[in-house]
Design a protein around this ligand. Structure first.
Ligand SMILES: Nc1ncnc2c1ncn2[C@@H]1O[C@H](COP(=O)(O)OP(=O)(O)OP(=O)(O)O)[C@@H](O)[C@H]1O
Ligand SMILES: [Mg+2]
Length: 238
């Protein structure tokens, strides 16, 4: 089974853009890709959500969204307020397994960070990863504060017996400050895994063709890219 769960150190860290980059590389490699978003919040029924963004950047991959809630809140809270049903990790896992039957790579994007609740029992995307026995990729901010949030996420993964494959920086500033530059050295330690990519600021605004080139340069060979963390860090003195 080739399912990868993408979580982040919080909301708006660039999970969707990283999912799109992973999808773009896999599609370019001729692989059949599916992206699953168990719960999309903060978007009205007729508005484009994260999955539309993935298709815009990566091309026509299979997408599946299980629930949508209008309020920009954690899925459990948004579900409660909307009166709509929650989505259980067993349903997320079943959807991923179903997609896995007909695709070579299934990417599952959580909502916000790892321990965001999907229902009032307190289930999280970590429970879905556990049910799927799937590895987890952590997307993190570049700057000050990211080491703590990344370490907390890594510790929570370890505590749950989940495999963390490493960390990707979702948005690397054009002019990185001292904290961002030094984080290149310290993020792998905080994540308990390698730095598997750094997406440059502006990546989300590129055309599909340019986004593919950027994704290739920004993601590790582990994902089909050419990113080398040591080469990337070399000019960024700390
Ligand atoms: N590398 C980048 N370059 C330019 N814009 C970016 C980049 N990464 C993220 N963004 C922008 O920042 C915002 C948040 O990114 P994104 O939607 O990927 O975050 P997320 O972690 O998926 O958030 P959510 O928790 O809501 O799903 C979006 O408007 C996105 O276009
Ligand atoms: Mg997203």
């Amino acid at each position: 089974m080739s399912v990868l769960v993408i979580t982040g150190t919080g909301t708006e860290v660039g999970k969707t853009v990283v999912v799109a980059a992973l999808a773009a590389l896999a599609v370019a490699d001729g692989r059949r890709v599916a992206v699953l978003k168990p719960a999309q919040t903060g978007i009205a029924a007729d508005e484009p959500g994260d999955l539309s963004e993935v298709i815009r950047l990566a091309g026509p991959v299979t997408t599946r969204e299980l629930r949508r809630y209008p309020d920009p809140l954690a899925p459990a809270t948004a579900a409660r307020r909307s009166g709509r049903p929650t989505v259980h990790p067993s349903e997320m896992a079943a959807a991923a397994v179903d997609l896995d039957r007909t695709h070579d790579l299934v990417l599952v994007e959580g909502a916000g960070g790892l321990l965001v609740r999907f229902d009032d029992e307190g289930t999280t995307i970590a429970d879905a990863a556990w049910a799927l026995n799937a590895p987890v990729l952590v997307v993190a901010h570049a700057g000050l504060g990211t080491l703590n949030m990344t370490a907390l996420t890594a510790e929570a993964l370890l505590h749950r017996g989940l495999e963390s494959v490493g960390v990707v920086v979702g948005r690397w500033p054009a002019e990185p400050d001292l904290a961002a530059r030094c984080n290149l050295v310290d993020l792998p330690e905080a994540a308990g895994g390698p730095l598997l990519g750094v997406l440059p600021d502006g990546a989300a605004r590129l055309s599909r063709a340019d986004f593919l080139d950027t994704a290739r340069a920004a993601l590790s060979p582990w994902f089909g890219g050419t990113f080398d963390p040591e080469k990337f860090a070399a000019p960024h003195t700390c």
